[in-house]
Design a protein around this ligand. Structure first.
Ligand code: CO
Length: 135
């Protein structure tokens, strides 16, 4: 079941410059920051109440976010819905014929995640995430 908007992903050219706005001027708390090599991003997650902002700087031009920046410039990259069972959600959507990016869930910054194809969502890349349990 889709439970809430977990985070909004924003593609940025320079993570540090973006943090100077989101962290330093807006005052949002950075609760996770890391380089996810297999996705080609330097990412930071900032807390906004029960939701998050995910800032994504590509590690190079030939990465999904690098290509996105070249094509569309900085801005909204994806929206992520939280689900209690990402594998079941993915199977149900696949059965309904929804176009997918990932055929099965994988480990991401927000937990167990998968991406659906933007063609299926009127131009918006959609991520589903099942946050990892625990402290
Ligand atoms: Co995301």
């Amino acid at each position: 079941m889709i439970q809430k908007v977990h985070h909004v992903g924003i593609a940025v050219r320079d993570l540090e410059a973006a943090l100077r706005f989101y962290r330093d001027l807006l005052g949002l708390h950075v609760h996770k920051q890391s380089v996810v090599e297999e996705q080609g991003v330097k990412a930071a997650l900032l807390t906004v109440g029960e939701s998050e902002i995910e800032l994504l700087e590509p590690t190079g031009p030939d990465t999904p976010v690098g290509r996105f920046l070249a094509r569309r410039g900085e801005g909204l990259h994806h929206i992520c819905f939280q689900t209690d069972d990402v594998a079941r959600e993915l199977e149900e959507l696949k059965a309904k014929g929804v176009e997918l990016v990932d055929q099965r869930p994988r480990q991401g910054l927000a937990g167990l995640i998968c991406f659906l194809h933007p063609r299926a969502h009127h131009g918006v890349l959609v991520e589903l995430a099942q946050p990892v349990e625990g402290p």
